[in-house]
Each structure stands twice: as structure tokens, then as C-alpha cells.
Write a protein that binds this ligand. Structure first.
Ligand SMILES: Nc1nc2c(ncn2[C@@H]2O[C@H](COP(=O)(O)OP(=O)(O)OP(=O)(O)O)[C@@H](O)[C@H]2O)c(=O)[nH]1
Length: 228
């Protein structure tokens, strides 16, 4: 698990069931599974944590297998659940789980670290892995360059990343899970996907809604190559 135990309680409070005794059973909502993949240390756990818990985790450890976080959002009056699968970047922690990650996936987020060119060069192998395991290759995919707050250490120029994104027909986002000023951008990344997915038929339905559902603005910001 990547996020520290101490962080889990907040996560649970965001996703836990809160039905009141005697209340009418609420309508079921659609749930979308999004996998987040990329090299170890690029910030997958921090990005998913930022979106689901609203802040940067105090500390993280390498993800073992997979961790998942969930957040309910309301878009155009419809309540949906976004389930983020935070996968292990380290090969030794993924092997036995790979088939499991890709089952019933609705969208894929590829992440690289803007301060680590090797993580950018790994992207083709992550894309290839996806191709091999996904039944449908037409699902939404996006590319995220993380850690744009470390300006002086950037190794992956935006134009290079944009060219790669264009070649693979993916929108590009550059952001920071750490910098609170980039909070809206992390929000926009996942909300953009949620808007796209809303028109898809999901394979799963969620449990009844949580009492502490988070409502956020329905329209994401337009995609731009860089927010830094
Ligand atoms: N400066 C900065 N550091 C970040 C950012 N995102 C993550 N980090 C740091 O990068 C390191 C790795 O973050 P994780 O989120 O655990 O990376 P991961 O991709 O989940 O790694 P694995 O679980 O091994 O696959 C941690 O030390 C984070 O604090 C960011 O936006 N800016």
C-alpha cells in the first residue's frame, strides 16, 4: 500500500457508507474504474490521493500490487463513482496482479515524472502492456506529467511530451500532486475523464451513495498542455 496507514482513515471517511437507519434506499449509481500506471516513484499514489482525499499524503511507500481509492462526484445532476486503481510501478510488485488491474477498465491514466526522463522513456512499454491486456483499445486514455513544481529539475520538455501525446492520440496534462496551487489541475484531470466516461455504459454498479459524497463543479477546465 502506498499511502501511510495514518492516511487511510481520511480515505475511508470519504468513501465509507453512511446510510441512516430507516432511510429510504437511495438510487444506485454508476461506477467507473480508472487505472493509473507508470514507473515507480512518478507520483501515482500522490495523484490519486490528492483527488480522493483532497491533499498530498504525508508520506508514501512503494505500492505493492494495487491500492484503490474512490470518490463520488455529481456531473450534470448524475451521481457517479470514480474508482482509481493505483498500481505498483515496480515490476516485482506487479507480476501476479497484472491481469487483475486490467479487468473491466473504463479508462487509463499514464503517468511520468517530469524530472525523470527515464520514466518518460518507459511510456511505450506501459502503452504496450495496456494493449496486450485490454480487451477494448478504444477506451479513454490520458497522459500526465507529474512534479511540475520542481521547475529547476525538469528533464522532459513540454513540446517533447506533447509530440508523444499527439502520436498516441492522448490529451496531455502537466501538473503537481504536491503543489496546492495545482489542486484544481489534478481535479480537472480526473473530472475530464469522468465527463468522457459518463456517456459510456459501465459494467458495474456501486453500492448506495455515501452521506458524505463530495459535490464538485461539473465542468472541468479545458485541456492545456501545461499548467505550471
Ligand atoms: N515534488 C513533488 N514530489 C512528488 C509529487 N508527487 C509525488 N511526489 C513524491 O514522489 C515520491 C513517489 O511518490 P508516489 O506517489 O509514492 O509514487 P508512485 O508512482 O505511486 O510509486 P510506486 O508506488 O512505487 O509505483 C514521493 O516521495 C512523493 O512525495 C509532486 O507532484 N511533486
Amino acid at each position: 500500500m502506498a499511502a501511510a496507514d495514518v492516511e487511510s482513515s481520511l480515505e475511508l471517511s470519504l468513501t465509507g457508507s453512511g446510510a441512516l437507519p430507516g432511510a429510504l434506499p437511495p438510487a444506485r449509481s454508476r461506477i467507473f474504474k480508472i487505472i493509473v500506471i507508470g514507473d515507480s516513484n512518478v507520483g501515482k499514489t500522490c495523484l490519486t490521493y490528492r483527488f480522493c482525499a483532497g491533499r498530498f499524503p504525508q508520506r508514501t511507500e512503494a505500492t505493492i500490487g494495487v491500492d484503490f481509492r474512490e470518490r463520488a462526484v455529481t456531473i450534470d445532476g448524475e451521481r457517479i463513482k470514480i474508482q482509481l486503481w493505483d498500481t505498483a510501478g515496480q515490476e516485482r510488485f506487479r507480476k501476479s496482479m497484472v491481469q487483475h488491474y486490467y479487468r473491466n477498465v473504463h479508462a487509463v491514466v499514464f503517468v511520468y515524472d517530469m524530472t525523470n526522463i527515464a520514466s518518460f522513456h518507459s511510456l511505450p512499454s506501459w502503452i504496450e502492456e495496456c494493449k496486450q491486456h485490454l480487451l477494448a483499445n478504444d477506451i479513454p486514455r490520458i497522459l500526465v506529467g507529474n512534479k511540475c513544481d520542481l521547475r529547476s529539475a525538469i528533464q522532459v520538455p513540454t513540446d517533447l511530451a506533447q509530440k508523444f501525446a499527439d502520436t498516441h492520440s492522448m490529451p496531455l496534462f502537466e501538473t503537481s500532486a504536491k503543489n496546492p496551487n495545482d489542486n484544481d489541475h489534478v481535479e480537472a484531470i480526473f473530472m475530464t475523464l469522468a465527463h468522457k466516461l459518463k456517456s459510456h455504459k459501465p459494467l458495474m454498479l456501486s453500492q448506495p451513495p455515501d452521506h458524505d459524497e463530495i459535490h464538485i463543479k461539473p465542468e472541468p477546465k479545458p485541456i492545456t498542455p501545461c499548467w505550471c
